[in-house]
Design a protein around this ligand. Structure first.
Ligand code: C2E
Ligand code: MG
Ligand code: MG
Length: 641
């Protein structure tokens, strides 16, 4: 700071000297004394007295005097602070490095020595860039800014620390400029911050980006793709039947499956792709590309196939081989969406289709899927109102005894009579209802309605036939299911022996121990139990033997071709024999032709249901059909002749 002052001093000194000379010649004697004093002060600023004489009669002289006094004061202050700064530098807790303008270290304080871990002799003479780096190629000296910035400090032992630096430029007594780097150790704070960031962005189980981070990366990819006219694809993955792995082998096995999934994904993903865990068993993969659309799609397809192949390899849980498959849905920017929300929604819609197709496969998004997804949502909310508006109907499909040729049972099938759309079949809304608790409400309604109808039939027919109703998994999972069934029977004064419950194999196998207990109680009450869609599940007959089963209903897909397909014929034949040996009745569903009927009768099947005997009908119609069948005037008698 002192250099500028010196220049100033020199200029003023010269100026006053000139005035003094002129004064000497021309000015009166009384000026001489003050001017001499001023000269004295200026020549000897540190010692001279600053009590200047005041001469108010000569303003020029007065101005000169006070300027000199001010200058001297500034000089003295500067001199004092010069001494203090030296001390302060040494005692400061911040590490200080003084360098020349090219960054050669000339001075370090003891805090800097301690931080780096070596004596100042080692540091002096080296350049600041050997010790401090800001992460770019630019020399630190050139980065000098007024604001503090973060950098890394190399320590003597080779490790590094995060520091915050303020650089200031100063002039020395000898008029040369210097840089002072004042560094503060922020390593702990910085590492904590990095840890927090890591935790906030990473899925703790699989160590890949979590949903938030993945969405952020997707956002960035879309922005980049927009700028450079590229494609960005989102592959949405969901492990097939993950719940089964969890339920069968326990949660730690489930975690192991998720870890394995992420590891395999990471191992096979090529550079430029990013995985993420979006939720539970849902994952995402981000792919960008600048090839043509068809080439890009081809790339996605081969990547997807690679994923399907790798994920499908068995892995071990407690020395058991477990198989896992995944379904994939793909949406591509810009074709399928312009932003994160649209891409995720559409990839999800494609995933839904892949699941619907049976899983373990890939689907690309198409516009129709979104329409479907929107419809699904609408159906759900309208179904909620269907109860209030009394739009649900129950139809009955008669079950004919193949020996007697008479109606020996019926199946209750739900329909939804929408005011503007006509009858909606269960396949259009039951799976949706099953996604939520709505199915429980539907089930309650059906049970109540069957009992009410049955009661009415009893007024016309002494003992109407047993009626089957379809049961969904969620109904069975209700805590009060048994009580509810019992209460409904009591309310309608109906015996449980009038009803049969149809359950699919998959539903039975869900929570076996609990299901056995419930079904035993129901069976104890007199209810019958039938296995619906038999042949479409994976359970073995021996596994099914644990349940109190009265009947097997052979799925219509096997019945369809019994008359022409040898495999289907032998399947139905075998089921029929096996069912009988286990004491179970065998029912064929979906019988449409007389050829099928003839085959089923020859193979000793017990019952047949199907369009051959007309469409399912309302409760009133069924009651009439029942009455005429009892009177021996049934419409389909001749079929059994
Ligand atoms: P499901 O229990 O296997 O019912 C048999 C399905 O086959 C019924 O379809 C029936 O109309 C149809 N069907 C009957 N005969 C023939 C035939 O000759 N040819 C063909 N092609 N089809 C025939 P629907 O009524 O559409 O019901 C479909 C499924 O919806 C049912 O399959 C059942 O799983 C479920 N469902 C029906 N009503 C209910 C219900 O009240 N509650 C629950 N949870 N599910 C129900
Ligand atoms: Mg059924
Ligand atoms: Mg069925």
């Amino acid at each position: 700071p002192w250099g500028i002052g010196r220049w100033f001093l020199a200029i003023i000194g010269t100026a006053s000297a000139v005035i003094a000379i002129r004064a000497n010649r021309q000015l009166p004697q009384l000026w001489l004394e003050p001017i001499k004093q001023i000269i004295n002060i200026l020549e000897n600023p540190r010692e001279a007295s600053t009590d200047l004489p005041e001469d108010r009669t000569h303003p020029e002289l007065l101005r000169l005097t006070s300027a000199a006094a001010r200058l001297v004061d500034t000089q003295r202050e500067a001199g004092n602070s010069n001494i203090r700064i030296d001390e302060v530098l040494a005692s400061m807790s911040e590490a200080l490095f003084v360098t020349d303008l090219t960054g050669n270290i000339e001075y370090v304080n003891s805090a800097a020595e301690q931080l780096i871990g070596c004596a100042s002799e080692t540091l002096i003479g080296e350049t600041i860039d050997d010790w401090i780096s800001v992460g770019t190629d630019k020399p630190v000296a050139a980065t000098a800014v007024a604001r503090p910035f973060e950098a890394q400090l190399r320590l003597h032992d080779g490790s590094t620390l995060f520091i915050s630096i303020v650089v200031s430029r100063i002039a020395t007594e000898t008029d040369e400029e210097r840089l002072i780097f004042a560094a503060q150790n922020i390593d702990d704070r910085k590492k904590a911050e990095q840890r927090i960031r890591y935790l906030a962005r990473t899925d703790s189980l699989t160590k890949i980006p979590n949903r938030m981070q993945f969405q952020h990366l997707l956002q960035q990819s879309i922005a980049r793709a927009k700028r450079s006219k590229q494609y960005a694809a989102l592959i949405y993955l969901d492990i097939d039947r993950f719940k089964d792995i969890n339920d069968t082998f326990g949660h730690s096995a489930g975690d192991h499956a998720l870890e394995t999934f992420a590891e395999r994904l990471l191992a096979l993903l090529p550079e430029g792709t990013t995985p993420g865990r979006l939720a539970g068993d849902e994952f995402g993969v981000l792919v960008t590309g600048n090839s043509s659309q068809s080439e890009f799609e081809e790339r996605l397809r081969s990547l997807a196939n690679q994923i399907l192949g790798t994920i499908g390899q068995p892995f071990e849980v407690r020395e058991e081989e477990v198989f896992m498959t995944t379904s994939l849905g793909v949406a591509v920017y810009p074709r399928d969406g312009y932003n994160v929300i649209d891409l995720i929604r559409n990839a999800d819609a494609a995933l839904y289709e892949a699941k619907k197709a049976g899983g373990n496969c890939l689907e690309f998004y198409s516009h129709d899927m979104n329409v479907e997804a929107a419809e699904r949502l609408m159906i759900k909310s309208r179904l909620r109102r269907a109860f209030e508006h009394d739009e649900l109907r129950l139809h009955y499909q008669p079950k004919y005894g193949l020996k007697s040729g008479r109606i020996e049972g019926a199946e209750a099938l739900i329909r939804w009579d929408q005011p503007d759309q006509g009858l909606l079949f269960p396949s259009d809304f039951i799976p949706l209802a099953e996604e939520s608790n709505l199915i429980v409400q539907v089930g309650d309604w059906v049970l109540d309605k069957v009992c009410a109808d049955y009661r009415r039939w009893q007024e016309k027919v002494p003992s109407p036939v047993r009626v089957s109703l379809n049961l969904s998994l969620r109904q069975l999972q209700q805590r009060r299911f048994l009580e509810k069934v019992r209460e409904t029977f009591e309310a309608h004064q109906i015996s449980p022996t009038c009803l049969e419950l149809e359950i699919t194999e998959t539903t039975l196998m869900e929570d076996t121990d609990r299901t056995i207990r419930i079904l035993d109680s129901l069976y104890g009450m007199g209810l019958h139990l039938a296995i619906d869609d038999f042949g479409t599940g994976y359970s073995s007959l021996s596994a099914l033997q644990q349940f109190p089963i009265s009947a097997l209903k052979i799925d219509q897909s096997f019945v369809r071709d019994v008359a022409i397909d040898r495999d289907d014929a032998s399947f139905v034949r075998t089921i029929s024999q096996m069912g009988h040996s286990l004491g179970q009745e065998v029912v064929a569903e979906g019988v449409e032709s007389e050829e099928q009927l003839a085959f089923l009768r020859a193979e000793q099947c017990d019952f047949a249901q199907g369009h051959l005997f007309g469409d399912p009908m309302t409760g009133e119609e069924f009651c009439e059909v029942l009455v005429s069948d009892n009177e021996g005037t049934g419409k389909y008698r001749t079929l059994f002749a």
